[in-house]
Design a protein around this ligand. Structure first.
Ligand code: ACO
Length: 402
């Protein structure tokens, strides 16, 4: 730090923690991770049990309200979400303003932010009722918007929600139904979709959730805060990793080329990283990756895909990496994104939609964390400090003398 302490309060104490590796930004009772043991709990319930026995809307209820719903509460919650799945018809015109080859994540950033211009009656964040309406709207409308982004991307007409279907089935139908043809949702695939949503629902203070909290700490509109989270999620080091992981598997192409890529990942002079490997918090197997691997097998089995070359490469890559000294020493294990791409591809989604699906599922986590922050009596605007490393105080030089 340069010698300007008295001018810029440099004498005040604060921690310097790039990337926030050891700084807690908040107290939270929503999600617990033990990265060394590979444990993930939502409100105390293990992710394995929620993914096995629960459904996504049940997990949404749990994240928002803190307890699993009774049967009556679940029925009421599902009904209220279904009630909000439509988006204003003007939204469809909003979509047409985008280039038709725009990345669906770019479209989602714009469209979700635009909800703030459509729903003025749920933006008073001091009113718990309005906050809950905004939360339900967000959870309900994300599948509709995500499906619209997909349909726009591939040049097909939008499919409206059909609200006697469950959340995941409704989404699959909005994505894959085409005019003049009957579309019957495969329950095994719908269950896999639902499980993928559960696995991505929340993950405590990751980059996008922290972004939502930071944006929300100024009292900003909730829809705009979620749009900020979507923008952050898009990066390849975060939610964009599922797209990057599948692209990497495709690039590897054949099992015999894996050693070449392992060598590149270990080479300090090569910026290449094995996508879908490593995690800031998990220094053990990501528990979601195990469930995702099982889901990938179920989906491929249901679709009768016996030999998926990408799955073969993934399994072999994982096997080699898990026995390699570099990966063992750095505690690099597959994360949730490693197998999700293979599953989503088999379900029929192009890679450009992968991060959109992540955003759809993570919306409940973002909104639950946002609500928790607003309700916190100690909540203050988020305002990180910095270590100034620039020029010391100096005199302005007029343009003619420079
Ligand atoms: N391949 C090869 N080496 C890796 C990888 C990888 N995927 N990930 C980390 N490393 C190495 C780094 O080079 C570094 O080595 P060094 O100590 O010799 O410098 C060491 O492991 C630690 O890596 P950092 O980048 O410091 O770890 P950080 O916690 O900051 O990053 C991250 C975590 C971003 C997830 C990283 O592991 C990564 O880039 N992985 C690939 C992208 C990915 O899969 N992201 C998804 C994350 S999960 C999610 O968002 C749902």
């Amino acid at each position: 730090v340069l010698g300007i302490g008295s001018l810029y309060e440099q004498t005040k104490m604060f921690t310097y923690d790039p990337g926030f590796t050891s700084t807690a930004s908040c107290e939270s009772s929503i999600t617990f991770i033990d990265g060394d043991e590979g444990v993930l709990l939502h409100r105390g319930y293990p992710i394995e049990q929620l993914a096995e026995h629960g459904d996504f809307l049940e997990v949404c209820y749990l994240l928002l309200y803190g307890e699993l719903p009774t049967a009556a509460q679940k029925k009421d919650f599902d009904y209220r979400v279904v009630h909000h799945t439509m988006v204003h018809e003007q939204m469809s015109r909003f979509f047409t303003g985008f280039r038709r080859d725009a990345h669906p994540m770019a479209v989602m950033c714009g469209c979700v932010g635009a909800l703030s211009a459509f729903y003025h009656d749920s933006t008073d964040i001091t009113d718990p009722h309005q906050r809950m309406v905004a939360s339900l709207r967000m959870i309900a409308k994300m599948p509709t918007l995500a499906a619209m982004a997909y349909k726009y991307h591939i040049g097909q007409p939008f499919v409206y929600p059909k609200n006697d279907l469950d959340y995941a089935s409704n989404f699959l139908r909005m994505c894959f139904a085409v005019p003049c043809e009957e579309y019957v949702v495969n329950p095994v695939l719908a269950r896999a979709m639902d499980r993928i949503f559960i696995l991505h629902a929340d993950h405590e203070q990751n980059a996008s959730t922290s972004t939502v909290r930071l944006a929300g700490s100024s009292g900003a509109n909730p829809f705009a805060c979620i749009a900020a989270g979507i923008a952050c999620l898009w990066g390849p080091a975060h939610g964009g990793a599922n797209e990057a992981a599948l692209n990497m598997l495709t690039e590897i192409g054949t099992v015999d080329r894996i050693p070449e890529y392992i060598a590149r990942a270990k080479d300090k002079n090569d910026p290449f990283r094995l996508m879908g490997f490593g995690h800031r918090v998990y220094k053990n197997y990501d528990p979601r990756a195990k469930i995702m691997q099982k889901t990938a097998h179920e989906v491929l089995g249901e679709l009768g895909i016996k030999d998926d070359p990408l799955l073969d490469i993934a399994i072999e890559l994982e096997r080699i990496a898990l026995t390699d000294d570099y990966f063992i020493e750095k505690k690099l294990y597959p994360n949730v994104d490693f197998y999700s791409g293979i599953t989503l591809k088999a379900l029929g989604f192009p890679t450009t939609m992968f991060t959109v699906l992540f955003a759809l599922a993570r919306t409940v986590g973002w909104i639950a964390q946002w609500n928790e922050m607003i309700e916190d009596p100690d909540q203050r605007i988020g305002r990180p400090r910095q270590l100034y490393t620039g020029a010391p105080l100096r005199e302005y030089v007029p343009l003619s003398k420079r």
